[in-house]
Design a protein around this ligand. Sequence first.
Ligand code: HEM
Length: 359
Amino acid sequence: MSSAAMKLAVVAALISAAAVGARACLDVGFYDTTCPTAETLIQQVVAAAFRNDSGVAPAMIRMHFHDCFVRGCDGSVLIDTVPGSTTRAEKDAAPNNPSLRFFDVIDRAKSAVEAACPGVVSCADVVAFMARDGVVLSGGLGYQVPAGRRDGRTSLEDDALNFLPPPTSTAADLVANFTAKNLTAEDMVVLSGAHTIGVSHCDSFTNRIYNFPNTTDGIDPSLSKAYAFLLKGICPPNSNQTFPTTTTFMDILTPTKFDNRYYVGLTNNLGLFQSDAALLTDAALKATVNSFVRSEATFRLKFARAMIKMGQIGVLSGTQGEIRLNCRVVNPVNVTATAADDHHLTSSSSSSSDEVAAS
Ligand code: HEM
């Protein structure tokens, strides 16, 4: 290697080291000594649930996204609203309820690791592993999940409303939303490719098929007419009230296969949400879409990388947060340890849980 090339290589190594250093301090194999069976136990639970209902895969991928975009990947999406509290938790916010599903499968995975190694594996990591397992079970590329996330103690409906992008988002909205989380426009396009599997409720897209503004037929012009008529059959007018649980696949070409057909559908006006169609409204985003239409291998690889990146958003590590024992409830407060910081809390677990929704 010439000395110039050598210098370049050293600089590149330093840049990548700096980039890694700037990221959260998570490690692949984090549980190798403390809970060596964790990833296997979790994978077994996801695989068993998947055999029963393949919808568990998209559900876990979306769960991880909705966890990471709200207060970082800290398992806050899993916390239940405290009974009697006036403040609701994230999972009860409109973008999450009723569409997030299979919380019971997460409980099962957490119970399995708690039985093997009590108090070691965080709920945030359980979700990150389950999302990866969902990608693999659906045919996507596997990747090693850096772990060591700690669980947060706060979950607020308003945070979910403020940070999760709605399906009516424009291209500019989406880029801004993802940039705020240190993800690039390309990351946004590749992560949207998760819509290659899974389902949507009618109310996420009926604005595009009934009374769409400035049209004669009420249909969003960026949506295929044939697809719009199909969707009208599935979601009649006012179906939000009459059929609130009706769902439809998002990628009608290959609805349960983790492939690049979502992008092929997009370029044929088969994107289900305005936010999907928006990816064609900007030249740079569209170029990325087209690159994934051309190469499924590129999509699969970049999706895996982007999931690892998304999984680093705002994580708690070291001694921050806690390892929640039950993913739905924050741990009871240890009065002695936390009295100085949390003087307004009392010792019972219910009052600490109250703090979750109210803080
Ligand atoms: C770019 C902005 C995004 C918007 C506006 C968006 C919006 C939505 C909406 C409205 C649904 C349907 C919810 C329902 O009505 O049931 C959905 C489903 C889904 N989303 Fe996204 N999403 C976005 C990005 C992502 C990302 C980054 C991921 C993961 C990496 C993701 C994964 C999924 C999955 C897998 C489903 C299906 C869930 C299931 O079947 O249970 N989405 N998304």
